[in-house]
Design a protein around this ligand. Structure first.
Ligand SMILES: CSCCC(=O)/C(O)=C/O
Ligand SMILES: [Fe+2]
Length: 186
């Protein structure tokens, strides 16, 4: 699968959770490049949806050791407790597995903390595949269209488990320490 050669990511304004989180929230015109993204341990790919995308995505997920998957449909019509679920996704968190997400329909925003702990917003849409390493702090929100369908990959049986950022607990986790060591080594 081809890595993206550029990305439309940007530094974002911090806002209180709520309706405003779904706005673009661009903070400034400072560039955030693919090199910056990859220095944070993240990788972005564009999948050709006119070809055999399922095979391409399956091969990628096997290559990164994440063979199990589910599909999540995030919208206020079909998702029970939509507002509560979205509030959970928008809490800053990390996972012990990498976060591998393939966008099948719709659009939204993944926000990551860069190597200097600044919020960076990554807009995603149909055909985007995003890899965030285990241990990186991040969050997700729908945009103002409030609709996205994403394939999520897991090492083991599909089970979404997040650890919300805290000064002590998440900083002491092996996956966080490994992540921090990895970005410092770059
Ligand atoms: C669009 S995928 C749903 C959100 C999610 O799984 C996650 O972990 C956000 O950080
Ligand atoms: Fe996550």
């Amino acid at each position: 699968m081809e890595k993206c050669s550029s990305i439309a990511a940007y530094f974002m304004e911090e806002v209180a959770p709520g309706a405003l989180q779904k706005k673009p929230l661009r903070l400034n015109d400072l560039p955030f490049t693919i090199k910056d993204l990859e220095e944070s341990g993240c990788f972005a790919y564009k999948v050709d949806m006119s070809g055999d995308w399922e095979k391409a995505v399956e091969k990628y997920s096997e290559d990164v050791g994440m063979k199990n998957r589910d599909v999540v449909k995030i919208n206020p019509v079909t998702m029970p407790n939509f507002d509560e679920k979205l509030a959970i996704f928008f809490e800053e968190h990390l996972h012990t597995d990498p976060e591998v997400r393939f966008i099948m329909e719709g659009s939204g925003y993944f926000d990551i903390r860069d190597v200097q702990d600044r919020w960076v917003r990554i807009p995603v849409a149909k055909g985007d595949l995003l890899f965030l390493p285990a241990g990186i702090y991040h969050r997700f929100t729908t945009d103002e269209k409030d609709s996205i369908v994403a394939m999520r990959f897991f090492k083991d049986a599909p089970r979404w488990e997040a650890h919300n950022r805290s000064k002590q607990e998440t900083e002491e986790m092996v996956e966080r320490k490994e992540y921090v060591k990895g970005i410092k080594a770059n």
